[in-house]
Design a protein around this ligand. Sequence first.
Ligand SMILES: [Zn+2]
Ligand SMILES: [Zn+2]
Length: 156
Amino acid sequence: MQLTHILLLTATLVIMEIAVTLFHRHVMHGIGWKWHASHHERGAGRGWERNDWFAVVFAGATILLFILGGSHAGVWWIALGITLYGLLYGLLHDVLTHRRFGPNWQPRHAYLRRLVAAHRLHHAVRSREGGVSFGFLYAPPVETVRRQLRSRQVRQ
Ligand SMILES: [Zn+2]
Ligand SMILES: [Zn+2]
């Protein structure tokens, strides 16, 4: 493992969060709403959701990247960064926030509490438009998200 590989891994995590936030805002709440709507329905997070197809597609694309990475070390490390992002996403979004796999775990750490609270506010909007806080590993301060939500509801 070289320093460049660690940097590549870290940069991939940061870029993934930015890319996924934009993807969530413009694609999942846009043309991909057909799949994502299932995740905004009441009682979402129990059993299979159509929204889970996004994870399947991303996993498939990452496997292809690993195959390509067989001959390019840089690509392999980027693929590892994407996989790590996927694991963190699954842990923070599916396990911690939506409790899809059981444990009713109340986080104590300020970062985790903020992430969960902000994502709950994302789910306060069940429609395609007017959403707030689209990130998964980063969330703005909860007060900011609340303010955005209020100003959007006034406008609608
Ligand atoms: Zn959403
Ligand atoms: Zn969610």
